[in-house]
Design a protein around this ligand. Structure first.
Ligand code: ADP
Ligand code: TRP
Length: 354
């Protein structure tokens, strides 16, 4: 196990998982578990940056644990743990923050988006306006410091396990870039070679971005356009049948409109290549029928999600099993994290007198 490269990834505990999470992250977790030394976790501390209801947070951690297991992550192959069960992460987060600039954190896209939301300002407003409001005096309208240092915490998740590969979707690439920068900075500041520089991982060549079915950009929890892995058949079919399309092609070989391209992108992920080609050809010769295409797509998505949904409910109700998995995962993750933390403390001069 020790000569395998280390893979680490996590998902925030903010709700059930959708097809975007599946193709961007979870399906890669499952595929990688036999070939790498894998650790997968649930980021409950990161979820706190958007101040969830405590009971809902706890339920969400459990949901995602059950989804990891139902999707096929085998706890005998991969370490599955909850972020807050590894207190070494929180200590190293404090230490690494001493090498992170406020400016570089404030320039992160996800920070700007979420800060805008917390302040209730419209997207598209100038960065200068956001900065002014952030340092403004009204303490009822504040951006919490945890949100600003989100990338430090994520970098620590990765660096404390000395991970080489981090399977995540495209939207996380900026955070990974910061992680590499922090790793390089730490290594060079102290003249050590402690942290590897982690890379994203995809089976194809490109990061995936799963689109929503509402004709807009990505599928996402806050976009409200998700197909969940645990949606029952009726709900799932209904969501797909309601997908936005266009009026239909009027001339042969017309460029494909954005909402139809979104359907095709989902098909490319879930359907056989001949089926995707068949609908591309039908668009090109104007014989396409969106109703048929959506029916096909719904069936192909169900082939992926039904086995996961069926296992999910049993696992979700098995408290003893879930507890066993996370206890074992926490032990393994802590063993490794505490070694790295001891090295970091020593390197930074935090040494004991007794
Ligand atoms: P959401 O955007 O729904 O809040 P998260 O931010 O919790 O989802 O993302 C968890 C993981 O799923 C990350 O690795 C992220 O890159 C991936 N992911 C989320 N949405 C998509 C999407 N539409 N396409 C590809 N990957 C996605
Ligand atoms: N920021 C990631 C997301 O929103 C979740 C995350 C936290 C993560 N720590 C991580 C992903 C470490 C990979 C590695 O999806």
């Amino acid at each position: 196990m020790n000569d395998k490269e280390v893979v680490l990834s996590g998902i925030r505990a903010t709700g059930n998982l959708h097809l975007g999470n599946y193709y961007g992250a979870l399906s890669k977790f499952v595929k990688m578990q036999n070939d790498y030394d894998c650790l997968y976790f649930i980021a409950d501390l990161h979820a706190l940056t958007t101040t969830p209801d405590p009971n809902i947070l706890h339920e969400n951690v459990k949901n995602i644990l059950a989804e990891y297991l139902a999707a096929g992550i085998n706890p005998d192959n991969a370490t599955i743990f909850v972020q807050s069960d590894v207190p070494e992460i929180s200590e190293m987060y404090l230490l690494l923050n001493m090498h992170v600039g406020i400016g570089e954190l404030m320039r992160t896209t996800s920070f700007k988006d979420k800060a805008r939301k917390q302040l209730g300002i419209k997207s598209g407003s100038e960065d200068e306006d956001i900065e002014k409001q952030i340092i403004g005096t009204d303490s009822n309208k504040r951006v919490n410091a945890g949100l600003l240092t989100y990338p430090t915490l994520m970098a620590v998740d990765i660096l404390i396990q000395k991970a080489h590969k981090v399977p995540v979707g495209k939207d996380q690439e900026q955070h990974l870039e910061l992680t590499r920068r922090f790793a390089r900075r730490f290594n060079s500041f102290y003249g050590v070679d402690l942290f590897p520089e982690p890379q994203n991982f995809n089976f194809g060549t490109q990061s995936v971005k799963v689109p929503g079915l509402d004709g807009s950009g990505k599928m996402g929890k806050s976009e409200g356009n998700c197909i969940y892995l645990i949606d029952d058949e009726k709900v799932l079919r209904k969501k797909v049948m309601r997908a936005v399309t266009d009026e239909g092609p009027t001339e042969p070989n017309q460029p494909i409109s954005a909402p139809v391209q979104n359907l095709l992108t989902l098909m490319e992920l879930t359907s056989a290549p001949e089926i995707v080609q068949q609908y591309r050809d039908a668009y090109a010769d104007c014989s396409i029928r969106y109703g048929d295409m959506k029916k096909q797509l719904a069936e192909d998505i169900l082939k992926v999600t039904t086995p996961i949904r069926e296992r999910y409910h049993d696992i979700r109700n098995d408290d003893a099993y879930i507890a066993r998995v996370v206890r074992q995962g926490a032990e393994r993750a802590r063993e490794r994290a505490s070694k790295t933390l001891a090295e970091v403390r020593e390197i930074m001069g935090i040494r004991k007198f007794y």
